[in-house]
Design a protein around this ligand. Structure first.
Ligand code: UD1
Length: 417
């Protein structure tokens, strides 16, 4: 078990480079199975979730090799269609592989991913979409057995714009004959990145970024070289780190057009933000202002993956903030940990009332999930004294060398394994 030890109270200043997006990389890795030629992925973050996805691909017979942040994947020799239970349990996103394995081999066997730290996370929309394209799916004793001898394009309407379901359906639709239209599709930038990757491989996909995605399936894909988009949640986390410490930072490599709702909320909290070519510059006041209402929504609304970090920011704001979590049902576990640090908040169902305090103090806290853990790091940076955050390996799932990046702008963070 890893720990972060954070000595709080330093104002962060400096420049940080933003690495490639985890949530764009995972479905793109799944998509490499659709192509029987070598693929080169640049700006690929070497995170634990990414390594786990690669391990699953390797178990299926793919070859993968790193060179710095470039990943070479060759799935021409892939033969397996059963996703190992052990690795699937470690990585919920392995469910993305269902569409691509089924598309490639006409059959796929996976284990049901079950719940996770932030909620129940059902996969009914994924399965409904795959069935609409002609997959036959048996769910038996925790196993999902799919066959798809005759996959045909179809109209698929999602009851909710699920990111993962949209991506899974896009992947299978590339291999189904004819036209698929996904209605009420998720509009996240990572879906646009998946579309761009699929098009670079020669598949015919359009409309990503809007609620209607059209896939003309049945063509053979080819190898390509592709650069993964920057991670907007990592970028947002660093900006919030500067904001919570009254600091001033420049981010290199982030795409502000992916971050409109977050940047607006940071401005509402009193930060001055300027876009300067490839940089985003943030200057924060000594103490953030409260946020009258922060409500998570599917993109382009405020991202649920930034809610915990903003919860930490509101914990030291000059007034009372209201936070509503609409996407996941159990995503306030950081609230209790922040109370251990002197935070004042109360959570009822999907709503939290956060009363800002002048100063948090150091404490022993636990990272219950990835972004909740990141929120505790931010809180600790602004707190008086030393905070020890246990289960830090959960934070590693989404941030590459977080402590080094933060130390490079003046933070005092050390890791203990
Ligand atoms: C992705 C992101 C995650 C982010 C989330 C929402 C990846 C690897 N993960 O997760 O970081 O927090 O989008 O932006 O990209 N739902 C169903 N049935 C389904 C699928 C989803 O009811 O079949 C519900 C979920 O329980 C949840 C909501 O839909 O309440 C959103 O989930 P979804 O958009 O699918 O998130 P993920 O793709 O799992």
């Amino acid at each position: 078990m890893a720990q972060f030890v954070v000595e709080g109270g330093t104002r962060l200043t400096g420049t940080i480079f933003v690495h490639g997006s985890k949530n764009a990389t995972l479905p793109i890795l799944a998509a490499t199975l659709l192509v029987e030629e070598p693929i080169v992925l640049k700006n690929c973050p070497r995170l634990r979730d990414v390594e786990n996805m690669i391990r699953i691909l390797v178990e299926l017979g793919c070859i993968a090799r790193w060179e710095g942040s470039t990943l070479y994947v060759d799935s021409s020799g892939a033969f397996g269609y059963t996703l190992s239970e052990r690795l699937s349990k470690e990585l919920r996103s392995s469910i993305f592989l269902l569409g691509s394995v089924l598309g490639r081999f006409k059959k796929a066997v996976a284990t049901y991913p079950g719940g996770c730290e932030i909620g129940n996370r059902p996969i009914d929309l994924h399965l409904m979409g795959l069935r609409r394209l002609g997959a036959e799916i048996d769910e038996d004793g925790g196993y999902i057995c799919c066959t798809g001898e005759k996959l045909l394009g179809a109209q698929v309407s999602l009851d909710y714009p699920s990111v993962g379901a949209t991506e899974n359906i896009m992947l299978l639709a590339c291999m189904a004959e004819g036209e698929t239209v996904i209605h009420n599709a998720a509009r996240e930038p990572e879906i646009v990145d998946l579309q761009d990757f699929l098009c670079a491989c020669g598949f015919r996909v359009s409309g990503a970024g809007s609620s209607e995605i059209v896939i003309l399936g049945g063509t053979r894909g080819h190898g390509c070289s592709f650069t993964i988009m920057p991670d907007r949640i990592v970028a947002g986390t660093y900006l919030t780190a500067a904001a919570i410490t009254g600091g001033e930072i420049a981010l290199i490599g982030a795409m502000p057009e992916h971050m409109v709702s977050m940047l607006e909320k940071l401005q509402d909290a009193g930060a001055y933000i300027r876009k300067d070519g490839a940089r985003i510059i943030l200057k924060a006041p000594k103490r953030p202002s409260e946020l009258l209402r922060l409500e998570t929504q599917p993109y382009p609304g405020f991202p649920t993956d930034m809610q915990p970090q903003f919860f930490a920011l509101c914990s030291v704001a000059s007034g009372i903030s209201v936070i509503v979590e609409n996407v996941f049902e159990n995503r306030f576990r950081h609230a209790q940990e922040l109370i251990k640090m002197g935070g004042k908040n109360s959570v009822r169902g999907t709503m939290a009332i956060v009363r800002g305090v002048q100063r948090l103090h150091g404490a022993q806290v636990t990272a219950h999930d990835l972004r909740g853990g990141a929120a505790l790091v931010l809180a600790a940076l602004s707190a008086e004294g030393t905070t020890v955050i246990s289960c830090a390996e959960r934070i590693d799932r989404g941030y590459l060398q977080l402590e080094e990046a933060l130390c490079s702008i003046g933070a005092k963070v050390t890791r203990k394994d």
